[in-house]
Design a protein around this ligand. Sequence first.
Ligand SMILES: [Zn+2]
Ligand SMILES: [Zn+2]
Length: 264
Amino acid sequence: MENFKITVLGTRGSIPVRGKNFSIHGSATSCYRVQAGNEEIYLDAGSGMANAEPLKTSRITILLTHMHLDHVIGLPFFVALTHKDRPIDIYAHERAELLPKEAINRLIAHPFWPVRIASYPAKVSFHLLPQKFFIGAVEVDTLEGCHPGGSTIYKLTYQGKSLVYATDFEHNHEACEALTDFAKDCDLLLYDTQYTSEEYKLYKGYGHSTPEEGIKVAEKAAAKKIRFIHHAPWRTDKDFAQMEQIFEQGDKVAFAKIDEEILL
Ligand SMILES: [Zn+2]
Ligand SMILES: [Zn+2]
């Protein structure tokens, strides 16, 4: 069995935070690196991408869930973009009638940023996301989640093991049924728990979920492990310590921590 591992480079929701109250669960926004044999795949390109040290793989793939700022703002800071002719493939759905390349070029351009992605030394290609495809021996499957403007849920399968990345996902009966089927028997489910159930009452319709709903999906899907992700910007390490007492079940159910490596 070759290596299949995910590293949490950023799991904060909405906006990066700073300070000693965020040292365990982290300050950077959504970015996760998946290593599967020789493949190096990044799930989202939030501010956590600025801290990513690229590996020595021959190509890099970036799978974007959607174009909200907290999922793309780290892209222009990705060190691999400065590597001459390094192949980097970026996949995303069309959102708001913009192809992935058009959406990124709208943001990473004057007056928001001094250079376009095409000006970096790396060889970047943009792709419209197919429903199902392969990156080498890694099978990628997709499902549309429930989020304002849409957000893609990804399933990556390698050597019989699978992880499901469900960020920026709001629970409702239909969406949870679809996610349960999609995540059936997965080895790891990453699930958006931006809000507590109390907070959710104030933020219904904002496109995020709660630990209670995550546990329901994980149990129905018989997911082997779940990590709660996309932490609210106001959630301190102290808050997490209290929530862990309610929700955590050892390695099986936990709140994602910065730099955490999860082996599949
Ligand atoms: Zn987000
Ligand atoms: Zn979003």
